[in-house]
Each structure stands twice: as C-alpha cells, then as structure tokens.
Design a protein around this ligand. Structure first.
Ligand code: HEC
Length: 267
C-alpha cells in the first residue's frame, strides 16, 4: 500500500518532535547563563535560539495535527490532551520568542519555563500514545505489563513444578482464579457480555456472539480468548475490556496458552 502524502507528513511528526525538546532545553540553559552573566552576544544568541525553538515547535505541532487527523485506535482522551499540549507549546514558544526580541527578559524566561513544563507533559502524553500506558505505569510502579516491553516476543512458559503441571491442578490453582478475577464479572452468571460466559468449559468452548470458540482445547492459536488477551492496551478488542482494566501479564498469558495447549482441562 502506498502511503498518502498526509500519512507521510504525519509520520514526519515522529522525527520532528525531537527538535523542540532539544531546543527548549538548550534555550533554557542559555537563559540561565544569561541571567547570571548578561551580555549582548548572549542576548543575540538567545534570540536566535528561541526563534529556532518557535519554528521547530510549530513544525512539530503542525505535523502532529496532521498525524492526529489520520490516527485510529488511540485512546481519545490521551490524544486530545497531547494535541492541546502540542498546540499550547507552539503558542508558548512563539510568545517567548516575541518577548525575547522585544527585550522583555522576564516574560521571555517565564514563557520559556512554562514551555519546558508543557513540552515535558506533551512528550509524556505522546509517549503514552505510542508506547501504551506502561510508560505511565512505570512511575506508578505497579503494572506488570512492563514485562511486555522487556520481552515482547517470547512469552516464557511459567516455571512449573512437575506436580503443578498436572493439568487439573493448573486449572484450579492458576487458571480458574485468573478467569474469576479478570473475566467472570463480565462473562459469567451476572452478565454475559458479548454473549460469552467463561464460568464453564462448555460455555467457553461454545464462544459468544462472534461465533468463534473462546477456547479450542489443544489449539491456543485458534482460541479467540487468547487472541484477545494478547492484544495491546487500547486495542478495541483487548480483554479484559474497560478503560482501567488491568491487562494480563506475560506470565498469565503464557499460563493460559499452556493450559489450552494441554487440552484446557476444567474441573
Ligand atoms: C468490563 C467487562 C469485561 C471484562 C472484565 C472482560 N470482558 Fe470480554 N467482552 C466484554 C464485552 C463488552 C464484549 C463484547 C464486545 C467485544 O466483542 O469486544 C466481550 C467479548 C469477549 C470475547 C468475544 C466473544 C464473542 O465471541 O463475541 C472474548 C473471547 C472475551 N470477551 C474474553 C474475555 C476474557 C478472556 C476476559 C478476561 C481476561 C474478559 N473477556 C474480560 C466485556 C468484558
């Protein structure tokens, strides 16, 4: 498929966005230095640097708006936050430049400080868009989805003692608690979202509205349940559904996969 020119322009955003980040912090360092040792050359340079910052920020914001226009499958709130922060950065950068050219040092520095904060926030929201909420999870410290970043491709089978690998034990000790904790609220006796229940083997094998069996014993690759839990955060089909749902960890997914491969023993 050929990328359209808007797609190309939008993707340019991913390269250009690094420029303002560099310029803003270089300009801030220069302003700090100027503040301690004012000089005519320093002011001249600060003016140019802020000019370059304004141009780079405008370019990043403009290509970003084009990219956002094409974007699908992103979390709408994060995208809108990122978009407004990006536009805000461009406005701040132009104001800072303008103040510097007018010789209003205090204003230029104030705007630049606000810009540094806004660029950091915009960058963070942007990273959440491209890398998923794990970026935020990292400093919340709680989310094991981080393992996905460390080892995206190869889910390591859970270490099983020979005794625990007896299929029924695995079900009682690992699989059932997992289904109950993460799925059965929406796929059980209370409600059967998507027409699917996951509180009995027959129901899971029968599947839901899609007509796909959620579980095909012995064939994880054909089990809709497994396809869903492996999807990236923010994907329309990812399970467990729900904005703040805790997605399964790599170890949990590997355990499900192994259990289905072993015949999905349910007791
Ligand atoms: C907050 C509610 C909620 C939770 C929790 C949840 N689901 Fe779902 N699930 C839904 C809804 C709503 C649908 C129907 C919409 C869709 O197909 O995406 C669905 C559909 C499905 C389907 C497709 C059914 C079909 O055949 O159409 C599968 C498979 C599934 N969920 C598996 C799971 C698994 C596995 C878990 C736990 C890891 C889980 N779900 C947790 C709400 C939930």
């Amino acid at each position: 498929m050929d990328a359209t020119w808007t797609e190309r322009l939008g993707n340019l955003h991913l390269a250009i966005l690094h420029l303002p980040i560099g310029f803003v912090f270089a300009a801030a360092l220069l302003e700090l230095w100027l503040w301690r040792r004012p000089s005519a050359e320093g002011r001249w340079l600060a003016g140019r640097l802020l000019g370059a910052t304004a141009v780079a920020t405008l370019l990043a914001a403009a290509t970003g708006l084009v990219l956002a226009g094409n974007a699908a499958g992103h979390d709408a709130d994060t995208l809108s936050l990122h978009r407004w922060l990006g536009v805000g950065c461009a406005a701040l950068a132009i104001t800072a430049w303008w103040a510097r050219m007018r010789g209003a040092d205090g204003w230029a520095r104030g705007m630049l400080a606000a810009l540094a904060v806004a660029v950091t926030a915009a960058g963070h929201a942007g990273a959440t868009l491209t890398h998923g909420p794990a970026v935020t999870a990292w400093w919340r410290g709680g989310d094991q989805r981080l393992e996905d970043i460390a080892a995206p491709a190869a889910p390591t089978p859970t270490a099983q003692t020979p005794a625990a690998s007896v299929a029924g034990d695995v079900f009682v000790k690992e699989i059932q608690p997992l289904l109950v904790a993460s799925c059965v609220d929406c796929h059980g006796p209370k409600r059967a979202r998507g027409g699917l229940r996951l509180d009995s083997r027959d129901a899971a094998v029968a599947g839901g509205k899609s007509g796909q069996p959620a579980i095909v014993p012995g064939a994880p690759e054909r089990s809709e349940l497994l396809r869903r839990v492996k999807l990236p955060a923010g994907h329309d089909d990812v399970m467990p559904a729900g904005k703040d749902a805790r997605l399964l960890t790599v170890a949990e997914i590997a355990a499900l996969e192994q259990w289905i491969a072993d015949g999905a023993v349910w007791r």
